[in-house]
Write a protein that binds this ligand. Structure first.
Ligand code: SF4
Length: 675
C-alpha cells in the first residue's frame, strides 16, 4: 500500500468517525472487563507458560508438524503441507472439484483470509458462505474483517440491519436478537446443502493430533460435522507439543480476547467426524488438514521475529492500541492488523506490504503489558522499521536531518536558534502558538514556539538564570531538545528544586538530541552517533547523577544506550555506568526524600489529574512517585480515566500523522476534563 493510499484511507476513516467511536467505546469496557475476568489468575505466570510453550514449539516447528500429521493420519485424516497460500488454495479447489462441491460453508479462519481463499474459490465458480456472524455480515457487505476477533466491530446495529435487509429483500429493524435469528435461519439451509465445510483452529496439539477450536457460535461445529468434506486450514504457529501446553492458552485466549472465562464452545477434533447416514449406515466423513507455512518456518528461524510466533491471536494488543482505536483495521490492508499485524504481514505477504503500516505504531508500548503471548511488539516493530529502512532508505528530508544535521551539534542547535529568530511572522500572539506553512509541517497546527533564549544560553549566563553547581552531590541536567529549546523554564524549575534540596545542578554543556527519534524512524545507527556524543559530554561534566525532566531522554540514556552500544568496547561500559546514575527528575527527588523533607512544595489545594507518560510508566516504571509528590504538594489528586493511555505526541509521530495524534490527544483531554 502506497503512502498516499494509506493517508487517504486514514483521512476517510477519521472523517467518518464511526470506527473510532465504536472502538473507543469498546476499548473502555474491554479494559475493565478483562481486569475482572483475570482476577484470581496470575496473568504474568500464565503468559510465562504460554510463551515458553510457544517458544519450544517454534523451535521445532517442522518436527511437531510431522508428529501432528502422523497422529492425524492414524485417525484417518489426510494432511497436506502447503508451503504457500497458492498451494493451499489449489489443494482445496482440486478437492472441491473432485468431490463435485458447489457450495462451501466456512467458520472463522484467519489463515483462509490470509491466503484470500474466498476470492479464489468464487473466481472458480464455487459459492462460499461465511457462517460466523461477524464474518457473514462483512462478506455480504463486501468488506474485509477490521478486527482479528470481532470482524464487524466497526459496524453499528443499524448498519447490520441495513445489510441484512438488502440481502433478504425485507425491511428488518436494528434489533440484534432478531438479526441473529434471521442470520441463523438463512444460514441453516446453506449448512444442509454444502458439500464442504472449511474451518480454522486455535491450537494444534502434536502429541495427539488434536485440533482445538475456541468459538462463541455453534457455526463452528456445524461447519466441521455437517458437510461430507471437512477442510481445516491451520498455520504452523498454532502447533504446541502437548495437551498440557494447550491449557494455558485455553485459559488466556477467551479472557484476553473477549473477557470471558471460557467461550460457549471449545471443540476438540481428533480425526474425521463419524456419524450415521439417512439409511442408518455408519459413515466416516472426509477430513483434510492443511498445515500452512507461508512464511512461518522462515519466521521461526529469524532470531528476532520468531517471537511473533508466540501470538495466540487474541487481539488484546489491538483493543488497547491508541492508534487502532482511531483508525480501525482496514487501513492495515491485510487480515492481521495493529502492531503484530504489521509484523505478520511482513512475513506472510512480503516486507514491502508492511513498509507503510509499520509506521502507524506510535510506540506507546501499551500492547506489551496486555499480550498473553509475552511478545515485545514495540521491539519487533522497531526491528521491522529498521529492515524497511535498510531496504528502502529513509525519505530525503528525515534522512538528511538524521545523517547531516543531528550529528553536527552546532549546526543542529544553530538551526534551532535561527528558527527561533525568524518564527515571529508565524506566531499567533493570542494563542501563543506558531503556525508554520503546511509544506514545512504537513497538517500540524498550533505548535509551541521556540524559546527566544534556550536553556543552554540561560545556563551559560546569557541574560537569565545561571544553572550552576551550588553544592554536593552534583547532578548534571540533561534537558532534552524540548526543554532546552521550547520549554527552558522547566529546566530552570528543575534546577531550583534540586538546588533547594542541597543538590548541585549543572547543565551538561555538550549535550544534544538523545537520538530517540532516529531509532523510532528505523535508524538506530544514527542514534548511536548521538549516544556517543552525549556520553562523552556527560562524562566530561563529572557529575554524580544525571537528571532529566524528559521521560523519553531518560529511557534513552538509561535503557537504550547500554544495549545499543554493547558491542562498543569504549562506549559500551560508559553507557552502562551512565545508565546506573541516570534518573527521571520526579523519581530522583522522590528518592532523595523530598516528600519527607517537605522541600519547596507549596500547598496547591487544587484538584489535579495526573497523566502517566508512556515512557515514564512503562519503560521506567515510574508511576507512584509523581503522584506522591503531588499529594505532598497538597494537590487533591484524582485518577482520571485512561491515565496511562498515550497522549498522542509520540515524538516524530506527531509530524508524520498529526491527524491521528490530534484525535488521541482529544481523547486524553476529554478524560482530563471529565475527571
Ligand atoms: S500479539 Fe499478543 S496481544 Fe496481540 S493478538 Fe497476539 S497474543 Fe494477542
Amino acid at each position: 500500500m502506497g503512502r498516499s493510499n494509506i493517508r487517504r484511507q486514514i483521512a476517510e476513516v477519521l472523517a467518518d468517525g464511526k470506527v473510532s467511536s465504536a472502538l473507543c467505546r469498546f476499548a473502555n469496557d474491554y479494559v475493565a472487563s478483562r481486569e475482572r475476568i483475570y482476577s484470581g489468575k496470575n496473568f504474568l505466570e500464565l503468559r510465562e507458560e504460554i510463551s515458553s510453550a510457544k517458544q519450544r514449539a517454534a523451535g521445532k516447528m517442522e518436527v511437531l508438524a510431522e508428529r501432528f500429521a502422523e497422529k492425524l493420519r492414524e485417525k484417518g485424516a489426510k494432511v497436506f503441507f502447503a508451503s504457500s497460500g497458492h498451494e493451499a488454495r489449489d489443494y482445496i479447489l482440486r478437492l472441491a472439484s473432485g468431490r463435485g462441491v458447489r457450495t462451501v460453508v466456512k467458520s472463522k479462519s484467519m489463515a483462509s483470509e490470509e491466503i484470500h481463499l474466498n476470492e479464489y474459490l468464487q473466481e472458480n465458480g464455487l459459492e462460499v458462505v461465511e457462517t460466523d456472524l461477524g464474518e457473514r455480515i462483512i462478506q455480504i457487505y463486501g468488506q474485509r474483517p477490521s478486527h482479528m476477533v470481532m470482524p464487524a466491530i466497526h459496524l453499528s446495529r443499524h448498519e447490520v440491519a441495513g445489510i441484512f435487509s438488502r440481502e433478504g429483500g425485507e425491511e428488518l429493524p436494528p434489533d440484534p436478537g432478531l438479526l441473529v435469528k434471521v442470520a441463523r435461519e438463512r444460514l441453516r439451509q446453506k449448512f444442509l446443502s454444502a458439500g464442504m465445510g472449511i474451518s480454522g483452529a486455535n491450537i494444534a496439539v502434536a502429541e495427539t493430533g488434536t485440533l482445538i477450536m475456541v468459538t462463541n457460535e455453534g457455526n463452528g461445529r456445524l461447519t466441521t460435522t455437517l458437510p461430507p468434506v471437512h477442510v481445516v486450514i491451520v498455520g504452523l504457529e498454532k502447533l504446541v507439543e502437548t495437551m498440557a501446553d494447550a491449557v494455558p492458552i485455553l485459559e488466556a485466549l477467551p479472557r484476553s480476547a473477549t473477557a470471558q472465562a471460557i467461550t460457549s464452545y471449545v471443540t476438540f477434533i481428533t480425526g474425521p467426524a463419524q456419524g450415521i447416514d439417512l439409511e442408518g449406515n455408519n459413515i466416516v466423513k472426509d477430513m483434510h488438514v492443511i498445515l500452512l507455512d507461508n512464511g512461518r518456518t522462515r519466521m521461526s528461524r529469524d532470531p528476532v521475529f520468531k517471537e511473533a510466533l508466540q501470538c495466540i491471536r487474541c487481539a488484546s494488543c489491538l483493543n488497547v492500541c491508541p492508534v487502532y482505536q482511531q483508525i480501525g483495521g482496514h487501513v492495515f490492508g491485510h487480515v492481521y492488523t495493529g502492531g503484530i499485524g504489521a509484523v505478520l504481514t511482513a512475513f506472510f505477504h512480503g516486507l514491502e506490504q508492511s513498509a507503510d503500516i509499520q509506521s502507524l505504531c506510535i510506540g506507546c508500548e501499551r500492547c506489551k503489558d496486555f499480550c498473553p503471548g509475552k511478545i515485545d511488539i514495540p521491539r519487533l516493530i522497531l526491528e521491522l522499521r529498521k529492515r524497511v529502512v535498510e531496504k528502502e532508505g529513509l525519505p530525503f528530508v528525515p534522512g538528511f536531518v538524521l545523517k547531516k544535521v543531528l550529528p553536527a551539534r552546532k549546526l543542529f542547535h544553530g538551526s534551532l536558534r535561527l528558527a527561533s529568530r525568524i518564527q515571529g511572522p508565524f506566531i499567533d500572539r493570542k494563542k501563543g502558538t506558531v503556525n508554520l506553512p503546511p509544506f514545512l509541517v504537513g497538517g500540524l497546527k498550533n505548535l509551541p514556539p521556540l524559546a527566544g533564549r534556550p536553556l543552554r544560553v540561560r545556563a551559560a549566563g546569557g541574560g537569565g538564570l545561571s544553572i550552576r553547581a551550588a553544592g554536593r552531590p552534583k547532578a548534571g541536567l540533561f534537558a532534552g531538545c524540548l526543554v532546552d529549546f521550547v520549554y527552558p523554564e522547566i529546566g530552570q524549575s528543575v534546577e531550583k528544586v534540586l538546588q533547594s534540596g542541597g543538590i548541585g545542578c549543572v547543565f551538561i554543556a555538550g549535550q544534544t538530541c538523545c537520538g530517540y527519534p532516529a531509532r523510532q524512524m528505523g535508524d538506530p545507527g544514527a542514534m548511536a552517533v548521538l549516544a556517543r556524543q552525549n556520553l562523552s559530554a556527560m562524562k566530561q561534566a563529572g557529575v554524580d547523577y544525571i537528571v532529566t525532566p524528559c521521560p523519553t531522554c531518560t529511557h534513552a540514556l538509561k535503557n537504550i544506550y547500554p544495549s545499543l552500544l554493547k558491542q562498543d568496547s569504549v562506549y559500551g561500559p560508559l553507557a552502562e555506568e551512565t545508565s546506573a546514575r541516570t534518573y527521571d527528575f520526579a523519581d530522583f527527588i522522590y528518592r532523595q526524600g523530598y516528600t519527607k523533607k517537605g522541600m519547596l512544595f507549596k500547598a496547591l489545594g487544587k484538584k489535579v489529574a495526573y497523566h502517566d507518560s508512556c515512557h515514564l510508566k512503562r519503560s521506567l516504571g515510574v508511576a507512584e512517585q509523581p503522584r506522591e509528590l503531588l499529594k505532598m504538594a497538597g494537590a487533591d489528586l484524582v485518577e482520571m480515566k485512561g491515565a496511562d493511555e498515550c497522549c498522542g505526541f509520540g515524538g516524530s509521530y506527531l509530524l508524520k500523522y498529526p491527524e491521528i495524534s490530534g484525535r488521541i490527544l482529544n481523547k486524553k483531554l476529554k478524560n482530563i476534563i471529565d475527571s
